[in-house]
Design a protein around this ligand. Structure first.
Ligand code: AMP
Ligand code: GLY
Length: 420
């Protein structure tokens, strides 16, 4: 089978790695890919948010299956165009991708299904939003409705912070994404992520994870795209998972099918868990980054069979072959991230790292210069390992990190502390 993966971060490196483990894969192209992905697959330049361009590329390259990594092409309707052209696609159509592309839409689905989530109100007018915040008080959460590259959520500890967020959003800081604002009750509890595959109708759980969003050790400092993750998440017990499936995820999938916009792909539910009860924080319509790195290492080659079954509407016949294992990924970032950082520093030692079914260094933002790997973004490497226990996985990860020679990079040394 000839396969195309859209995207070029650590998530897509992990997806590409898992796909390449499966003998079913004859040819793999990743667009745009990165220097690490180029070690295992062909990389191509392609406008991945342009459905017509992706369809033409698939025809030229005899592609049979397309896996869409990031949310932007999904929200732009690339999966719709590919399905119209008769291709097998992993990822939802634009209408179902609204679960991530519009926070107000997700709230509407929760209202329709009675799924437990934070109380909320939605506004297109700043004065009404301010009145609501003044009545509700703080803490309170202010969200731009649309896609804002992970930056559109303000957890305000004071009323003033919330009012400032309203000014920023209606002042255009997030462009169109902030034209509507959702204001939510602040939920207490511990967060964890639940990943399921969906084929329009059937739902198959494929794992749980927790990530660390703050840049500093002890979960301090500014928010980032994620500094590390581990799977499974101990807080997401079988009982919590069952309740999330019964009260949140299956009703969502059924409601979308009922509306004639069935969901196909991976559905990533961010849950807030308190006293053993899950509530929905948000949906994402793609794998998490860096959560995909730990999920793919745990699943290996079967990930391709499962994604293909989800795309083809055949999940009912599928089972996940679980190993009783644990995985961890630690992000190495360029000094200064998530603030200003330099690009182009040389990373040595990557060629000598182990690359086994237990240990692998996925690349997020690297390129090649004069034959050497250089950093080309903020979050650069995802050093990933699995083991019989989380502490064994952790030991393997930090052993690898100690062998990477990159003076201009840093990582958190305490990933997994909550679970260890
Ligand atoms: P989101 O982009 O919706 O995942 O929001 C980013 C982060 O903000 C989440 O991972 C939570 O840590 C936090 N958050 C979002 N909504 C709420 C809420 N209603 N209560 C508490 N924390 C929240
Ligand atoms: N790691 C969080 C995300 O991918 O949204």
């Amino acid at each position: 089978m000839n396969i195309l993966i859209l995207g070029g971060g650590g998530r897509e490196h992990a997806l590409a790695w898992a796909v390449m483990q499966n003998p079913k894969c004859d040819k793999l192209i990743v667009a745009p890919g990165n220097a690490g992905i180029a070690e295992i697959a062909d990389c191509a330049t392609l406008d991945i948010e342009n459905g017509a361009a992706v369809v033409a590329f698939c025809e030229e390259n005899a592609i049979e299956f397309v896996i869409i990594g990031p949310e932007a092409p999904l929200a732009a309707g690339v999966a719709d165009r590919l399905r119209d052209a008769g291709l097998l696609v992993f990822g939802p159509d634009a209408a179902a991708a609204r679960l991530e592309a519009s926070k107000a839409f997700t709230k509407e689905i929760c209202d329709a299904t009675g799924a437990p989530t934070a109380a909320y109100a939605r506004f297109t007018d700043a004065a009404a939003a301010r009145d609501y915040i003044n009545t509700q008080g703080a803490p309170i959460v202010v969200k731009a409705d649309g896609l804002a590259a992970g930056k559109g959520v303000i957890v305000a500890e004071t009323v003033d912070q919330a009012l400032e967020a309203i000014d920023d959003m209606f002042g255009g800081e997030f462009g169109e994404a902030g034209a509507e604002v959702v204001i939510e009750e602040f939920m207490q509890g511990e967060e964890a992520s639940f990943f399921v595959l969906v084929d329009g109708e059937d739902v198959l759980p494929i794992g749980t994870a927790q990530d660390h969003k703050r840049v500093g050790e002890g979960d301090t400092g500014p928010n980032t795209g994620g500094m590390g993750a581990y799977s499974p998440a101990p807080i997401l017990t079988d009982a919590v998972a069952q309740e999330a499936l019964d009260r949140i995820i299956r009703p969502t999938v059924a409601e979308l099918a009922r509306r004639g916009t069935p969901y196909r792909g991976v559905l990533y539910a961010g849950l807030m868990i308190q006293n053993g009860k899950p509530r929905l924080v948000e949906y994402n319509v793609r794998f998490g980054d860096p959560e995909a790195q730990v999920l793919m290492l745990r699943m290996g080659a079967q990930a391709l069979d499962l994604m293909q079954a989800a795309a083809a509407g055949q999940l009912a016949e599928c089972r996940v072959n679980w190993a009783d294992d644990h995985a961890m990924t630690v992000v190495m970032a360029a000094d200064g991230y998530p603030g200003a950082y330099e690009k182009g520093s040389v990373i040595n030692g990557l060629e000598d790292l182990p690359e086994t079914s237990n240990e692998i260094c996925f690349h997020a933002r690297t390129s090649r210069r004069d034959g050497r790997f250089v950093a080309s973004g903020g979050r650069v490497l995802n050093v990933t390992a699995r083991g019989e226990s989380l502490s064994q996985a952790r030991e393997r990860v930090y052993d690898m990190i100690d062998r990477i020679d990159w003076p201009e990079g840093f990582c958190r040394r305490d990933i997994g502390w909550r679970a260890l």
